[in-house]
Write a protein that binds this ligand. Structure first.
Ligand SMILES: NC(=O)c1ccc[n+]([C@@H]2O[C@H](COP(=O)([O-])OP(=O)(O)OC[C@H]3O[C@@H](n4cnc5c(N)ncnc54)[C@H](O)[C@@H]3O)[C@@H](O)[C@H]2O)c1
Ligand SMILES: [Zn+2]
Length: 396
């Protein structure tokens, strides 16, 4: 009231560092494997740890006897591990993030089972269940430990190794969410063998993304291995997952903004439209499928704008197609009340999700990118037309 000299400001400052191990393994629930017990007990190796395991319904269906195997694993490591309840099977796929009852039911179980902050929630499943259960854990007691066992190509190379969790709300992807690093991550390549070909392909889109942005040699390797990868070759898929996970992890650790406080999300190439297309398609499109289309759209746009060479754009489109990913979806044809492509609303929603100035990453060469702060609507509409024509050609 009496002027600035009467006010006082204490600048509160502290740092919190994070670390978590990411294991690459096979046979995680074989009784002889020390990995899960090591991961859960990594801070207090001599204490008996309480844990609840939740399993994606899709995984439980593809791996009959998995619940019993997890029980036998805990029995074999009883000195270090106590399951607070038999493994809980929960719906997987986007419904896990779309239906608020799923989150509520899991939180109610965590409450009933008296999970505390030193207990672990072990999540065995795809990216959608990882996101939902991770968010439940992040908010329960302000954060119980999460040990992720991602079971899809996408979750093992991207969603499962990162620091984000969340659910969809009000028709917006990841509207509710938290930045909460996991306690540990265990990528078990064996799980990939039962993935539906569609989900296997979708997950490879995120690997193409991070290769195109950061690692030209990995991109060239993906081009060379595309036939094997498209065919589901186990060793090739494991290498893809491993390298793409390393690139995602390196970005989080060294990119300077692990909790995305700035306005840019350098690894969200193709995502402004991908998130919108997922919603516009009523989640008929998988995240990875939408990302493939989103990257193709931005590559065509950038090539038309002269930002990306036609050769590099062609390589990106050809690689996605060689992996079996489709680059057009009828959702791109949807229009808003003014006759504009409905997907354009994704630009503002993308900005809103981050806050601040619109910042979109565009590829400028294989391995290089630049940030732009506006996208031209007519350019996007032309790129949509180009992808539709290419798709029609491919299908005729
Ligand atoms: N948090 C992040 O940083 C981040 C990053 C990228 C994507 N995501 C999110 O991840 C989600 C997509 O994840 P996804 O691609 O793993 O798909 P998903 O979790 O939807 O799983 C796809 C299907 O595969 C089934 N499944 C999972 N593992 C299986 C296995 N081993 N064998 C047989 N079936 C199996 C599931 O039950 C589901 O039906 C999206 O919601 C996306 O927004 C999050
Ligand atoms: Zn993504």
């Amino acid at each position: 009231v009496n002027g600035a000299s009467d006010s006082d400001c204490w600048l509160q400052r502290f740092e919190v560092s994070f670390e978590y191990p990411v294991y690459f393994t096979r046979g995680v629930f074989a009784p002889a494997s020390p990995v899960l017990a090591d991961a859960i007990g990594r801070l207090e190796p001599t204490r008996r740890q309480r844990a609840l395991v939740v399993v994606d319904e899709g995984v439980a269906g593809a791996w009959p006897g998995l619940g019993e195997a997890i029980g036998r694993y805990a029995a074999a490591h009883a000195a270090r591990l106590e399951l607070v309840a038999p493994p809980l099977v929960l719906p997987g796929g986007e419904v896990a993030k779309n239906d608020p009852a799923q989150l509520g039911a899991l939180l109610a179980r965590l409450h009933a089972l008296r999970l505390d902050r030193h207990a672990s929630l072990v999540v065995v499943g795809g990216g959608a269940l990882q996101d939902m259960a991770g968010f439940a854990a992040a908010t329960c007691h302000r954060g119980v430990r999460v040990v992720r066992v991602p079971t899809t190509v996408l979750a093992q190379n991207d969603a499962g190794v990162g620091v984000k969790s969340g659910v969809n709300a009000f028709g917006a992807k990841n509207f509710l969410g938290a930045f909460a690093p996991p306690f540990a991550v265990i990528d078990d390549f064996d799980f990939l063998s039962t993935l539906a070909p569609r989900d296997r392909r979708a997950g490879m889109a995120e690997a193409v993304k991070v290769a195109a942005l950061r690692d030209p040699a990995f991109f060239t390797w993906l081009e060379a291995e595309a036939p094997r990868l498209a065919g589901g070759d186990d060793a090739a898929l494991a290498r893809l997952v491993r390298r793409a996970a390393e690139l995602h992890l390196a970005h989080i650790a060294t990119g300077g903004d692990p909790f995305e406080r700035g306005s840019a999300r350098p690894l969200d190439y193709g995502h402004w439209s991908a998130h919108k297309l997922e919603t516009l398609s009523g989640h008929r499109l998988r995240h990875g499928e939408a990302v493939a289309i989103g990257m193709a759209l931005d590559a065509c746009y950038a090539a038309r704008a002269g930002v990306l060479g036609a050769g590099a754009a062609g390589r990106l489109l050809a690689l996605l197609e060689a992996l079996g990913l489709r680059l057009f979806d009828p959702a791109l044809r949807l229009e808003d009340a003014d006759g504009r492509p409905a997907v354009l609303a994704g630009i503002e929603e993308f900005r809103e999700h981050l806050g601040g100035e619109l910042t979109v990453t565009l590829l400028t060469a294989i391995g290089k990118s630049a940030e732009v702060h506006a996208l031209r609507e007519d350019g996007i509409a032309e790129a949509i037309g180009e992808l539709e024509a290419r798709d029609a050609g491919a299908c005729s």
